[in-house]
Design a protein around this ligand. Sequence first.
Ligand SMILES: [Zn+2]
Length: 346
Amino acid sequence: MRDLDKLPKVHLHLHFTGSMRVSTLREMAEQQGIRLPANLVDNVALSVPADQRGWFRFQRSYDAARKVVSSEEAMRRIIREAAEDDAQEGSRRLEIQVDPTSYAPFVGGLTPALEIIVDEARTTSRVTGVEVAVIVAASRMKHPLDARTLARLATTFAGDQPGDVIGFGLSNDERRGNTSEWAGAFNIARRGGLAAMPHGGELLGPEHLREVVAHLKPTRIGHGVRSAEDPDLLARIVDAGIALEVCPASNVSLGVYPDESAVPLQVLFESGAQIALAADDPLLFLSRLTDQYRIARDLGATDRQLADMAISSINSSLASEHSKSKWRAEVRDWLATDEYEQGNTD
Ligand SMILES: [Zn+2]
């Protein structure tokens, strides 16, 4: 079997705080004398009975982790380590998602918070060789007018170079708020040159996804896995060329599916959907980028299908055509390399 860490791929759904290494979180907490909930540092991934999994437990853990990120240094370290970890796993590009609101109070406001992230993403791209781009994500827990402010700010950092903001997202509990109320923020983002990349179709099903598609006009959807429950909707998503950021470990940890075999990877793949496997929040799910490809392999995907998934992730990214064609060629090289020969190059 070929080495999945060597399979060239890109990473399109990773949250800023959720990307942290457990060791980094622990170290930062100790430095500040912050006591963390045991479940955050015990190296057991949200491992609770299936009937107790779910959003609120996740949200509490995430909030506790976020409290530890209270300086420019911490913010820079998170970006740098996320890219370093991605590099280890064959990722050529990381589109990292961040809501700068939570970090703003520690660094003098929203604008400096985003400036720090963008600046570090640029530096880290140069140092690690992984292109790091930024997606600014609003939260469903806040007023939709907050999202407009964030969208305006995000557009001032828009661009297509490493470090630039490339997209605008909407994250947090899908069950909160009316999706249509965020249309204004997404319009601002789109007019400012940003792609729409909201979450949808993970905790809620096809009905919610239809609203996300209609009101937010996504280029990509965070998750969207539950489109598999409605063939017509899935066909529309495929026809519209909307890519899906699929995070199997996250789905299972949040109790959306009872186990990995229930994640409808095959259905999505066979529908012709552009899918990009991603980790979402490795800090909480203890499952990183390559692990998602490992899950697909365990479910029966051949190396050719895994290579197709990697190419699908590349095509779903907002990288330049030049980068994309280079990485696709590297995927073909991976597939062309005899698995034994590849093993010997370690
Ligand atoms: Zn997410």
